[in-house]
Design a binder for this molecule. Structure first.
Ligand code: NAD
Length: 355
């Protein structure tokens, strides 16, 4: 189990340090985990003049899985576009051919009060969004700017999916649903878009291989509404890049703090890049205030999806639930007046719960 640790910038090093301690516990308990660290983002630029140094990419390619902290920060905002920290993440996603993005939105009952929705609507929420990551309107050609016949400037992009691209993400959706509540909702805009009509046809065809999973289809505008009206109706949602981008951010807010939410980006062989969904939080970096739980929960996803060790994943998730039940809260998930613990104390508590 070779794991590349890419802490990045801002709070990245602090939260990845706590996750690495979780790996230490599992290694002591017998899992054959090897880790290697490398700089990415602004740290990559500082160390080697590039947000994705060649040596970092080589380590990530040689690894079975990658744990990333976060990148970015005000120091790097003035760099030219190709040297900016986020190019490190975009570059590694592309180099590793990560096409499936898995984003769970889980609301632990202990945190129901920090969600922006009423507790009865969100308490116990546990949904997974499977988003296609390498196709769609962000990458379709042609795209660009031109002057039209009437002399007006116009911009244009092309929504584009091929049947094999839809099929492989649909299969990730069905497999994910099969390992959970066996319900898959495919989200599209088939009442308007040709791309979506093909999407729906392919997903329906693939469904024949998964008779044990209940498939439904929903238009994206309705899905956006249902997510805030009755989010617990969903188990797994599968959708394209653009719709998934928007719906997964919407879903993350149901869960309260972005400090709690992990993610996985997988290739065709289940190699993955695992990272919290939040950024580098420069406003609290270096102050022992960051919540490390999203990063620790990203490790749980790593054991479930790359290493097929649901037992280790459940053990990590159980430890996180336990520290929440014990009342530990970092600042982002504390209610007004509640005492907050630091990054390290939260990591200590998870390690203790694991042990
Ligand atoms: P952000 O997610 O870093 O922070 C938003 C707010 O959430 C801040 O108030 C921050 O303190 C808080 N927050 C975030 N993570 C937290 C945690 N683990 N614990 C407690 N509080 C947390 O988003 P931003 O402020 O828009 O961006 C800051 C930098 O991060 C920018 O340079 C941006 O480009 C970068 N960014 C990186 C990624 C990534 O690495 N994947 C994603 C988003 C933003």
């Amino acid at each position: 189990m070779r794991v590349a640790l890419l802490p990045g910038d801002g709070i990245g090093p602090e939260i990845v340090r706590e996750a690495a301690r979780v790996l230490d516990v599992l290694r002591l308990d017998g899992l054959p985990i090897e880790t290697e660290s490398a700089p990415i983002g602004g740290a990559g630029h500082d160390a080697a003049g590039h947000p994705l140094p060649e040596a970092t990419l080589a380590i990530a390619k040689a690894a079975d899985a990658v744990l990333l902290g976060a990148v970015g920060g005000p120091t790097y905002d003035t760099l030219p576009r190709e040297l900016r920290p986020e190019q490190g993440i975009l570059g590694i996603r592309k180099a590793l051919a990560l096409f499936a993005n898995l984003r769970p939105a889980i609301l632990y009952p202990e945190l129901a009060a920090v969600s922006s929705l009423k507790p009865e609507i969100v308490a116990g929420l546990d949904l997974m969004i499977v988003r296609e990551l390498t196709g769609d309107i962000s990458f379709g050609q042609p795209r660009g700017r031109r002057r039209n016949a009437a002399g007006h400037d116009e911009g244009f992009d092309t929504m584009h999916y091929s049947a094999p691209e839809i099929e492989r993400i649909a299969r990730v959706g069905f497999e994910t649903a099969r390992a959970r509540g066996r319900k898959l909702c495919s989200v599209d805009k088939a009442n308007v878009l040709d791309t979506s009509i093909l999407w729906r046809e392919v997903v329906t065809r693939v469904a024949k291989d998964y008779p044990d999973v209940a498939l439904s289809h929903m238009y994206v505008d309705n899905a956006a509404m249902q997510l805030v009206r009755a989010p617990k109706q969903f188990d797994v949602i599968v959708t394209g890049n653009l719709f998934g981008d928007i719906l997964s951010d919407e879903a993350s807010m149901l869960a309260g703090s972005i400090g709690m939410l992990p993610s996985a980006s997988l290739d065709a062989n289940r190699k993955g890049l695992y990272e919290p969904i939040h950024g580098s939080a420069p406003d609290i970096a270096g102050q022992d205030r960051a919540n490390p739980l999203a990063t620790i929960l990203s490790l749980a996803m790593m054991f479930r999806y790359t290493f097929a060790r649901a037992d280790a994943a459940e053990r990590i998730e159980w430890a996180v639930r336990r520290v929440l039940a014990q009342g530990l809260r970092t600042g982002d998930i504390a209610r007004p007046g509640e005492r907050a613990v630091g990054t390290k104390a939260m990591g200590d508590a998870v390690v203790a719960a694991l042990s």
